[in-house]
Design a protein around this ligand. Structure first.
Ligand code: HEC
Length: 130
């Protein structure tokens, strides 16, 4: 290949890679763990404490229930995202919110409201950090 052809190819390839970006699913969640550690730091101070206090008994990997209540905030966040259990664009529609609101193992519905507000707070702080 001539130099010009090579350069054109490289510019094309770089543009293609940049244009793709993270993959969003229908819930606005990002499927490739790209929210990263800035996000999981905020997550660890908003959503995660509620989950650890109310869900860890079963969702910590010790049962067959999805293991999102683990101490590593990055893994906890990404598990929620990858199983589509949080709706970042519409926190009240998140499965972790609706599941508790509908009644789940006797957990009070206050926890559902707290989770929804915490997801909202997480997204607000994340947008302010960018
Ligand atoms: C006593 C055990 C127990 C506790 C405590 C518990 N869960 Fe669950 N959870 C389960 C089991 C078992 C399932 C799978 C069966 C089902 O869907 O109900 C489940 C399923 C779910 C699902 C559906 C997952 C999916 O893939 O659709 C969500 C969402 C969920 N739990 C959220 C929570 C949240 C949020 C908490 C804490 C606020 C919590 N659970 C606390 C046992 C528990």
């Amino acid at each position: 290949m001539g130099l010009v052809v090579k350069l054109v190819f490289v510019v094309f390839a770089v543009n293609f890679i940049l244009a793709c970006g993270p993959i969003h699913n229908s819930n606005g969640a990002i499927n490739n763990d790209s929210l990263g550690t800035v996000s999981s730091d905020i997550f660890s101070k908003t959503v995660q404490p509620i989950i650890e206090n109310n869900c860890a008994l079963c969702h910590d990997g010790s049962t067959s229930a999805v293991a999102f209540a683990v101490s590593d905030s990055n893994i906890s966040q990404n598990t929620l995202l990858n199983f589509d259990l949080v709706n970042l664009a519409n926190p009240t529609a998140s499965k972790i919110v609706t599941k508790i609101a509908a009644g789940h193992n006797g957990i009070t519905t206050d926890v559902s409201t707290d989770l929804s507000l915490a997801i909202e707070d997480w997204m607000l702080q994340l947008s302010e950090s960018e």
